[in-house]
Design a protein around this ligand. Structure first.
Ligand code: NDP
Length: 259
């Protein structure tokens, strides 16, 4: 297994849950990235307190405002990241921000379907477009042929709930808008992998496991996985995947999941 050695990484939805877990794990690496861009909707607010504490101790952690449903906010964030990076590129983009509503098929609405699709699917699409020049630059600046996450990669945080073949945990919640948005995110990842391969960018979509976060722990059942275990597992997988894995749907243990 190779080592995940990124000079720069950006995580969306980094103020809590799995996103915050990624930031904490990157900071604790033996050779942490030179730049960790932790994005959240309200960097100065109460909900970003933990990120602010970390940033006060780690100069390589930069908090950037980002609302993934707002193209202007994405554009501004990409410009800021570009300024920090100087002439170099962004190695790893982790599209982690996401949302769910506890809906049933019969009470889905135009508003809920639209809001969730915009956040979970269109957000990662726009992020990939806006950060493409920086990802390309990272790929061009890395030695060797072949794709890897240390070179340039987009990681989309999906969910097994979006698997059409398995319809994971249907009995725990129909969440139709969420399932549709993640199934579409999986298709987006496949499309990104085909279009961005020639630029040297690896693209994968992940199921992080059922994780103890605000989202995962919303019901009466305690999810089996801690944020630490999930993130540690995903980082291990990211360090080992290569060109043959681009465009795949993986879980936190590296298992290939059915679409
Ligand atoms: P949380 O609900 O704990 O955190 C969600 C994060 O996304 C928050 O930081 C939130 O910011 C951010 N976010 C939501 N909407 C937006 C937006 N429009 N713009 C910017 N940021 C936004 O979720 P998890 O950490 O559990 O989930 C992270 C990812 O993993 C999601 O994509 C989720 O679908 C996926 N996942 C999680 C599973 C689990 O069991 N936890 C299982 C399968 C997939 P704010 O604080 O401002 O609301």
């Amino acid at each position: 297994m190779g080592e995940l050695r990124v000079r720069s990484v950006l995580v969306t939805g980094a103020n809590r849950g799995i996103g915050l877990g990624f930031v904490q794990h990157f900071l604790k690496m033996p050779k942490p990235p030179q730049w960790i861009f932790a994005t959240c909707r309200d960097p100065k607010g109460q909900r970003a307190q933990e990120l602010q504490n970390l940033a006060s101790k780690h100069p390589n952690l930069v908090i950037i405002a980002l609302e993934v449903t707002d193209p202007a906010s994405i554009k501004a964030a990409a410009a800021k990241v570009g300024e920090h990076l100087g002439g170099s590129g962004l190695n790893l983009l982790i599209n982690n921000a996401g949302m769910v509503k506890p809906t049933m098929l019969e009470n889905e609405t135009l508003e809920a379907m639209t809001e969730i699709y915009t956040t979970n699917t269109i957000g990662p699409l726009l992020m990939g477009q806006a950060f493409l020049p920086l990802l390309k630059k990272a790929a061009q600046g890395s030695p060797g042929s072949g794709l890897s996450c240390s070179k340039a990669a987009i990681v989309n945080m999906s969910s097994y709930a979006g698997s059409i073949e398995d319809v994971y945990v249907w009995e725990f919640g129909q969440v139709v808008s969420y399932r549709c948005s993640k199934a579409a995110l999986n298709m987006l990842t496949k499309c990104q992998s085909l279009a961005y391969k020639e630029h040297g960018i690896l693209c994968v979509t992940f199921h992080p496991g059922w994780v103890q976060t605000d989202m995962g722990g919303g019901g009466s059942f305690k999810p089996p996985l801690t944020v630490d275990d999930s993130v540690q597992g995903m980082l291990k997988v990211l360090s080992s995947i290569s060109e043959k894995d681009t465009g795949t749907f993986l879980d936190w243990e590296g298992k290939i999941l059915p679409w």
